[in-house]
Design a binder for this molecule. Sequence first.
Ligand SMILES: Cc1cc2nc3c(=O)[nH]c(=O)nc-3n(C[C@H](O)[C@H](O)[C@H](O)COP(=O)(O)OP(=O)(O)OC[C@H]3O[C@@H](n4cnc5c(N)ncnc54)[C@H](O)[C@@H]3O)c2cc1C
Length: 206
Amino acid sequence: MADTSSESYSQPQKNLFAHQFQNATAAASSSSESKRDESATTTKTPSGVVLDKDGKPCRTCTSAAAWKNLTKQAKAIPSSTPASTRQPPKECPPDVEELGRSTWTLLHSMSATYPEKANTEQQSEMRGFLKLLSKLYPCWVCADDFRTWMAEPSGKNEPKLGGRKEFGNWMCEAHNEVNRKLGKKEFDCRLWEERWRTGWKDGRCD
Ligand SMILES: Cc1cc2nc3c(=O)[nH]c(=O)nc-3n(C[C@H](O)[C@H](O)[C@H](O)COP(=O)(O)OP(=O)(O)OC[C@H]3O[C@@H](n4cnc5c(N)ncnc54)[C@H](O)[C@@H]3O)c2cc1C
């Protein structure tokens, strides 16, 4: 069995910021690493593996590729195998990307089924859910940044919960914030309902 104990990889150094690892294999990124770095041995190794708060590798914070390097499974694949046929094994614990895709599906679907006009109780329940999600999300670096973004001092990023349209837009903006952080293309938020509620106007989802 692969050894993923904290002794088997390099320990984090002080002041390792996300931008210093732009070439590391697609690891979870975090704009607030500098803040966390002051308090604990919690950061990313040069190999792209993100560490948990106890200093052990955090699988749900790390890309599948970086994880595979860590566990040395990559070496078991014959070099004659074309890269295009090297599929990740099915039904394994999620990496940071699979976890992210599944969670966005849940979150956008929740906004798609949110009441057109939400009453006080519905708003309060959703606020509580988002607050808890931003604490309990299994990729802790993602959770930290999401929480920090929502709590921006001016209040401009607070969840907009009056009804489906504004909540759906807010969720789209929240997702775009992560897209920007990861250097991905922004999604056109005018289209969120076609993507997540009604299906595209060209009928491909009907
Ligand atoms: C709260 C949260 C925080 C995260 N933080 C990090 C992080 O710090 N570091 C990290 O590496 N990963 C993070 N992730 C995961 C990351 O956002 C992606 O899910 C992951 O990189 C896989 O990306 P993807 O390109 O497959 O598509 P995803 O970004 O997962 O998107 C899935 C689908 O949603 C649609 N979509 C894309 N953008 C939008 C939008 N703005 N509005 C509506 N629909 C949209 C597209 O159809 C897309 O195919 C986070 C995920 C969540 C839920």
